[in-house]
Structure formats: structure tokens, C-alpha cells
Design a protein around this ligand. Sequence first.
Ligand code: HEM
Length: 338
Amino acid sequence: YISNTMPLPKSGSIPSPCWAVRYMLQKAFGNDKLSKLEFLTQFYHNDGLFCLDNKIYIFDQKLAQAAINKLEKGAEHYLNDSPLKDTFLGSSQKSPETRRAVASLFRKTSIEERASWIFEDTKRICSKIRLKSLKSAKDNMKLFLMAGTETTASSIPVIFSLLNDFPDIQQELRDEVENRWTEILTEPTTSLPKIESMMKEVLRLYPIAPFISRQNNVPVNLGNIYLDQHSDVIIFTWGIHRSPYHWKDSKVFKPFRFLGMESLQSNMYIPFGAGSRVCIGQHLAWIELRLVIANLLHEFRFSKNPATSDLKFVVDWVHAVVHPDKDMIFSLENVEHD
Ligand code: HEM
């Protein structure tokens, strides 16, 4: 009703919820910010973006693509005192165009070439660390450890919580593991199509990193949208992944949705971000997750425990990860093997 009676925003302007919509959101969702944002992505579907609390949330595919390509990571001074400054690994402080060029060059190289670049780069970083204080090196290590552990670790309980809700699917995945167990033991990268499809679907419905952030140092046009200098832009992965306009049965967990799906429309699926700042650890995370899930399914049967029957997933806005709202307790039963 509110949507139909509101004046249409001018083309090229960024809509923002009026007091009536804000009141309704508060009544409907209380402090559940994620649900409010999810609601607003549908409310402003035709605009593809909205502004809330001085942040611009983008979920239209073309606008998201433009924002990813044109805007900065949002840490413009981050590298100033860092030993990564002026190194290949620290290319984040260069212009988006340079970074894209570097990233595409990097993609075309062989593993051996990459290794030698990284080796040279690391040597340069080490000599800088020797000359400077260790503080900024520590900061970068913290980023790496946070990005590499919170994310993968948070994905595992979400996956098993869903598999508890669907015991038949859990068994189907266990069967896939058992059929290939000897292969997995000798070759840990053995393909497990059903498990991989399920992992993709979990990261679609519950993207562990629910948004990616960007900023601009100079005014920028995204399509016909004008962004002032230093706009705070959020590419809202959660909204994109759950949009009924992009996905059939968008709110339903369909673990085998991705089976046999060769390619996806770009930017409809961005659990690891996109562009030159795409997650550096995505391939490692994928292998880790696949092996952890295979191992756990091989060892145990998981089922719901009454102690955590009404589980909800919430966002830790500081670390930008999705996690369960309380400790998860599962019941385990050993899987017997001959
Ligand atoms: C399920 C697991 C993971 C998810 C969902 C995930 C997701 C993400 C996302 C969305 C970004 C931001 C990309 C962007 O801004 O476009 C990111 C960045 C990053 N990730 Fe991951 N990640 C995961 C695992 C890992 C692992 C295992 C590592 C390291 C071993 C890692 C290291 C990083 C680093 C260093 C960045 C910053 C890259 C940059 O700023 O250039 N991540 N990740």
C-alpha cells in the first residue's frame, strides 16, 4: 500500500525510506537489521538501490557490476604505513583500472609465474618489515586470519544446521562421500558434485559475508546515478542472493539447485565478492569446506537437539559475517563402518 501511494523517486536519484516506511519496518522487524534490509531490496526492486543511515545499498545487477569495477575497497589510507605498500600484493591502493589490469594479467599467468612474482614481492615486503615497525604487518596478518577463519568456520555450523533440517539430504550426501571415500583419502580434491552444489546453495541462501563494501575518493557516476565523493556503498549480497527476481523459489533451500548448472549470470551469485578484490582465499575455502563436510558426514549422523530448536542466523555487523544467534548443539551418532 505504502509503495503504491508513495511519489515515484526522480530518475537517477537514490530513494530512501520515508518515516512511514521506517515506522513500519521497526514494527515488523524490531532490531533485526538484516530482515529490514532484505525487505527494502524488494520494496525498491525497480530502483535497484536505496539509501539508509547514510549508506547506499546496491542490489541491481548492472549497478553492482559498475560499483565493483569503479569504486575503491573502502580503505584508502589503509596501506599508507603498511609494508604491502607499492608491492604487488598491496595493489589495492592503486586506481581500480590499474588493479583490474593487474588482476587480469595475474589470471593469465601460470602457477609457476605467479609463485615467482609472489616470492619476489614477499622478499620486498620482508625487507620493508625489517626497516619499519611490525605494527602494520600485524594488522595485515589480522585481516588475513580474520577473513580466512571467521568465514570458513562460520559456514560449517550453518551447513550442518540445514542438514539437520533435511535428514534425507544429509544421507544422500553421506552416500556420495561413502561411494568415493577411498578416492578422497588418496586425492583430497576428488569431485563431490552433490556436496559442492549443496555448499553453493548454502552460500547463496546464507552468504557468510552478507555484503561487500566500496567507497569512492572522487565523484562517480554509476549508470545514471551520481555518487558524491566518499559515499559509503554496500553491495548487498544477501539481497541479491535472495531476490525472487533473480532466483526461482529464492527463499527455499534447494541443495541440488546448482547440480549440472554450468554457468551463472554474472553478479547474481557473489559469495566471495567480485572484481579485482575478489576473495583471495576462495579456492582454499572451497577445499577446506568440502573436506570438513565429507569427513564429518563419514564419521557422524547429525540430528537436531531440542536445546537449539529455534535457531536464527544473524549478522555480526563489525566483522561482516553471518552466524547463528546462539551456540549450536547437535546430536551425534557414530556412523559404523565395516
Ligand atoms: C566460506 C569462506 C569465505 C567466504 C564466504 C569469503 C568471502 C569473502 C568476501 C565476500 C570478500 C570481499 C571481496 C570483495 O570485496 O569483493 C573476501 C575478501 C578476502 N578474503 Fe575471503 N572468504 C572466505 C574464505 C577466505 C579464506 C579461507 C581466506 C584466506 C585464507 C580469505 C581471505 C580473504 C582476504 C585476504 C580478503 C581481502 C581481499 C582484498 O581485499 O583484496 N577468505 N572474502
